[in-house]
Design a protein around this ligand. Sequence first.
Ligand SMILES: Nc1ncnc2c1ncn2[C@@H]1O[C@H](COP(=O)(O)OP(=O)(O)OP(=O)(O)O)[C@@H](O)[C@H]1O
Ligand SMILES: [Mg+2]
Length: 334
Amino acid sequence: MSESGDPPAIETAGLVKSFGKTRAVDGIDLTVPAGTVYGVLGPNGAGKTTTVRMLATLLRPDGGQARVFGHDVVREADAVRSRVSLTGQYASVDEDLTGMENLVLLSRLLGHRKPAAKERAATLLAAFGLTEAADRQVKNYSGGMRRRLDIAASILNTPDLLFLDEPTTGLDPRSRSHVWDIIRAVVAHGTTVLLTTQYMEEADRLAGRIAVIDHGKVIAEGTPGELKSSVGAGSVHIRLRDRWQREQARQVLARVLEAEVQLDADPVALTARIMDGGSRDRAAAQASRALAELDEAGVTVDDFSLGQPSLDEVFLALTGHPAEEHDDEQEVAK
Ligand SMILES: Nc1ncnc2c1ncn2[C@@H]1O[C@H](COP(=O)(O)OP(=O)(O)OP(=O)(O)O)[C@@H](O)[C@H]1O
Ligand SMILES: [Mg+2]
């Protein structure tokens, strides 16, 4: 129970779901406070979609309990359904209809009269930057436009709880940050968001709390800051002006910091974890020496920070494998 006495948005205890011999969800306990973004972070096959489907009443748990705003997802499924909305990993809009037609149709299915449905559709299309594309068939949308339309469709009626299952997987950085803005706006209107993601950065930026799951189990839970500080060491993050200087920068950093240097997904970014368990001051001194040497080597640094370890590093420390590692065996059945 929260301080105000209202039940949390989600509360699960020992939630279990198996498919044949695969225990997709293996005893998950979660508490998601209302009014927040809660991140569920895990690699392919971790059990994210299965968990979301049980919470959204689309799949019956094999064991344990789950309540949404105090309603049991099995015994009070209708009450749960009236308060939630789900944007699945695989979209549900109709490819042959236009963006406008899709939203109007779904809004009509939700029981709105035609003028109200049209008005709501137009408002959402505008809010999501889709006004110009409103009369184009969805099959001609880009991935980012499509994802925005999916989210628009799921908030036609403002749900109390919105499940977003990997809303930005496969999107370019611009579309991704657009979707992040949308998520922030939805939460500002009072909706609770359960967001699954494989991206540490996404959970870090959006979520107040994060559960890290792997093989159907919660392996860590806390605020992004708590998860990071549980790993300890500091990291130097650098962004270069010129991507072609990255290899040179990597070599300088590896030598000066005696650290493993990771090339980030961003082609101009590098991260070096300071292995030395020494003090923060020492880490800062080492980092500034590295900066000086990069300058001497003629490498232009646009952005530099000495921060806590990234959630990627946290994941690696917790599980012994990187978060975005693909497991081919599990790729087939999402
Ligand atoms: N309908 C199904 N039938 C059989 N096995 C399934 C089914 N759905 C999921 N699984 C298996 O359960 C495990 C968890 O899958 P789930 O889809 O929940 O993972 P996920 O965390 O959503 O992964 P991804 O990031 O790839 O979407 C995987 O091993 C998967 O192969
Ligand atoms: Mg999934």
